[in-house]
Design a protein around this ligand. Structure first.
Ligand code: RB5
Length: 152
């Protein structure tokens, strides 16, 4: 599986742990930066790069890291077709995919440690959308909202 990853300075160190970890597990990682701990960089730029990689079919899933995970996730969710959430527990990381078809996982380097982060990303990437009728129905309602507001 191809995984797009991005982080601002707040998530730079954790990204540099998660990316090689995923490669060691056989994932193809597309690293959209940051490539250095530049304090003046802005998380929306990395959210945009990861979101576009998914929407253009260059990657199937995305992982974003910032200080809290919040800003990066908020920005990613502005892209129609991106469903991102901050998950700092393994249950949400797989259930968000199974029920909600989450395609971007956001992490906060200042919130969780690297070992928990590794478990969370593996649960996220190994999960699949269930396709259950009730989840498809709910997802269609979310997509309807996205379409309605995109007309703006
Ligand atoms: C950057 O200092 C920090 O605000 C950012 O990484 C993130 O936590 C935003 O949500």
């Amino acid at each position: 599986m191809k995984v797009a990853i991005g982080a601002d300075h707040g998530g730079f160190a954790l990204k540099n742990i998660v990316a090689p970890f995923l490669e060691s597990k056989g994932f193809e990682v597309l690293d959209f930066g940051a490539y250095g701990p530049e304090a003046s960089d802005d998380y929306p730029d990395f959210s945009k790069a990861v979101a576009e990689a998914i929407l253009q079919g260059k990657a199937e899933r995305g992982i974003l890291v910032c200080g809290s995970g919040v800003g990066a996730s908020v920005a990613a969710n502005k892209f129609p077709g991106i469903r991102s959430a901050v998950c700092h527990d393994t249950y949400s990381a797989h259930q968000g995919v199974e029920d909600d078809d989450m395609n971007v996982l956001s992490l906060g380097e200042r919130v969780i440690g690297p070992e928990l982060a590794k478990e969370i990303v593996l649960r996220f990437l190994s999960a699949r959308f269930s396709g259950a009728e009730r989840h498809v129905r709910r997802l269609e309602k979310v997509k309807d909202m996205e379409r309605d507001f995109s007309k703006g």
